[in-house]
Design a protein around this ligand. Structure first.
Ligand SMILES: N[C@@H](CCC(=O)N[C@@H](CS)C(=O)NCC(=O)O)C(=O)O
Length: 250
């Protein structure tokens, strides 16, 4: 592969979709420079290049604004022995189906469930949102937090009922993954790590808190009920699978 100019990766560092892309860049050893922002400042960075949400990957000739599009692109430039999407068409379909399920259902459920427990706690949110962001953004956290807190609660309909539904959704996806792993396989699809594994692990990470996650914040401060629900998920086969993926591949 010819020498690559570093990509720009616009993120909210703690975002699990951003972790999915960051992990892929790292595993493929592709050079990139992360541009970390907190809400709402990421919006200035993403809209400037034609995006909205994070992550956004800016290459020399294109801007990619969805994590799956980014993974597909990175895979297209990866050497054959490092590819994260299988060549076999049936396996490819399985990877794509799982990635879609994790992106659309698991990630959303994890986000809504976690926000229910922490969105009103300014200390926890500050430590999560301001990790690695420019100094002036951190400085403005007290100004923007109250606005962003109501924004998050309204946009994602955060309440006790939606948190319970989100947790049930997480449990049902974990039950599905437990089922896949029941035959003793080492990876979700095929015999090597794929985009399905990286997507599942990254998007489930906030509820599993793997020690190797690059954005770590103390879990002792989290509410007891949240911690006990996390523990329940950590003890499942799929939870252990994610913790092992982080240990061995991150
Ligand atoms: N389908 C998108 C979803 C990304 C997404 O929802 N990102 C969240 C961060 S966790 C976000 O930017 N939310 C704020 C917004 O949409 O403005 C992807 O896979 O990249």
């Amino acid at each position: 592969m010819q020498k690559q100019k570093p990509f720009r990766l616009i993120t909210i560092p703690v975002s699990h979709y951003c972790e999915k892309v960051r992990w892929t860049l790292d595993i493929l050893k592709l050079p990139y420079v992360e541009e970390p922002h907190m809400p709402p400042f990421y919006r200035f960075a993403t809209t400037k290049v034609g995006g909205e949400s994070v992550p956004v990957l800016v290459t020399e000739d294109q801007v990619l604004t969805d994590s799956t599009d980014i993974l597909k692109y990175l895979d297209s430039i990866a050497p054959d022995d490092a590819k994260l999407y299988p060549v076999d068409s049936q396996q490819l379909q399985e990877v794509e189906k799982l990635e879609e399920l994790f992106d659309k259902k698991l990630a959303v459920a994890v986000r809504d469930w976690a926000y229910f427990y922490i969105v009103d706690n300014s200390q926890i949110i500050k430590s999560k949102w301001t990790h690695d962001v420019p100094f002036f953004e951190k400085l403005l956290f007290p100004v923007f937090y109250p606005i962003m807190r109501s924004g998050v609660k309204n946009k994602y309909h955060i309440n006790e009922e939606s948190a319970a539904q989100a947790y049930a959704q997480i449990e049902s996806i974990f039950a599905k993954v437990n089922g896949l792993l029941a035959d003793g396989r080492n990876y979700l699809v095929g015999d090597k790590i794929s985009a399905a594994d990286i997507t599942f692990a990254s998007l489930a990470a906030p509820i599993l808190q793997p020690p190797q996650h690059p954005i770590n914040s103390d879990s002792e401060e989290l509410p007891a009920e949240m911690l006990s629900k996390m523990k329940k998920i950590q003890e499942t086969a799929a939870g252990k699978f994610v913790l092992n993926l982080y240990k061995n591949w991150r």
